[in-house]
Design a protein around this ligand. Structure first.
Ligand code: SF4
Ligand code: SF4
Length: 330
């Protein structure tokens, strides 16, 4: 049975003041050498990403215990404000992730040109994450429009890899089109930033990154998500997370899930003042499956769209972690 450490929100003492003890208890702070503090620093119009004040504290504690951390993430496959490393640096700095404030470097892990280390046919790990000595994975627990839930498994699978591997996972989210329902309004063509829709409104699969923007625009229902998308995507997330964690040249990981500002969508989405649950706290474990399962169960499985546990059960089957856990409250 895996242990999942927990500090509660809204119990008088601010979470910030309890983070140090959480890290010390959960990791024994054995995060030594160069530590990749992997997180999502928020898309341009998102406001609910994990805030720099928490990251600064985690950096401070790791440094006190001999670690040499840097804050990191990878670029996106969709064309917004984190599409290139240069875009991402601008967005990260605008969100307050400044090296001078955090006390450590901020490094976009797939470099200026999508730089990765190939570990199997489909999976390339972002170079700077591969070259670290340990990882502290900070995940913001949210719902997700395609994968039902986003936590630690999704953060590893989608966040620690190059564009090629993100694309492999998104292959299963490409829309399907029913020409009978199409009113030829052209909205899908206008919204697609990847030239993936022809003039006759047929999709060009090799250009499509499965972002779903065209589906949101298509009011006639001609474009929709493919059958079984969530299950297929969640299984790919587990497969890629497994490939990443088993092929990194180190095995010191700590998974920290922030159950605060729990939105229905991930931090790639624009801010909407909607929450799935009040703030709960922060969970930490060396077991990625246990920390995600505890997260879902604390939030409430029923609030997610679809079954959020497919990715965890798949990851468990692949040997990434346990479905039995006990909460150790700090
Ligand atoms: S948005 Fe929908 S209805 Fe409009 S052209 Fe595209 S597929 Fe057809
Ligand atoms: S999902 Fe739609 S909008 Fe996104 S890349 Fe594919 S065709 Fe373009």
């Amino acid at each position: 049975m895996s242990e999942v450490y927990f500090i509660a929100a809204n119990e008088g003492v601010p979470l910030l003041d309890k983070l140090e003890i959480l890290l010390e208890r959960a990791a024994g702070v054995n995060l030594n050498g160069i530590v990749a503090l992997k997180m999502h620093m928020g898309e341009r119009d998102n406001k609910t990403f994990v805030k720099p004040v928490y990251i600064k504290k985690l950096v401070e504690v790791m440094k006190q215990h001999g670690g040499d951390p840097f804050v990191t993430d990878t670029t996106t496959i969709y064309k917004e404000a984190r599409y290139t490393a240069m875009d991402y640096y601008r967005t990260a700095f605008a969100h307050g992730f400044l090296p001078s404030y955090l006390g450590c470097p901020v490094i976009i892990a797939d470099g200026l040109k999508d730089d990765g280390v190939q570990v199997n046919e489909q999976v390339e790990i972002a170079k700077s994450i591969y070259e670290s000595d340990a990882m502290l994975l900070v995940s913001h627990a949210t719902g997700h429009s395609a994968s039902s839930f986003g936590g630690a498994i999704k953060n590893v699978a989608m966040g620690c890899v190059t564009k090629k591997t993100k694309r492999y996972q998104h292959d299963v989210t490409r829309p399907v089109r029913d020409p009978e329902l199409c009113t030829e309004c052209d909205r899908c063509i206008e919204v697609c930033k990847h030239n993936a829709i022809r003039e006759d409104h047929e999709l060009i699969p090799e250009n499509c990154i499965g972002c779903g923007s065209c589906i949101s625009e298509c009011t006639s229902g001609a474009l929709r998500s493919p059958e079984g998308m969530s299950e297929k995507l969640q299984k790919r997330l587990a497969e890629v997370a497994h490939a990443v964690l088993r092929n990194l040249p180190y095995s010191t990981f700590l998974f920290l899930n922030f159950l605060i500002d729990i939105t229905p969508f991930c931090d790639c989405a624009e801010y909407t003042p909607e929450y799935l649950s009040p703030d709960i706290g922060v969970l930490a474990s060396n077991d990625i499956v246990a920390v995600d399962l505890a997260t879902i169960e604390m939030i409430g499985t029923q609030v997610f769209e679809g079954d959020p546990t497919i990715q965890l059960r798949e990851a468990h089957k692949l040997g990434l972690g346990e479905l039995d856990y006990k909460i150790v409250k700090i």
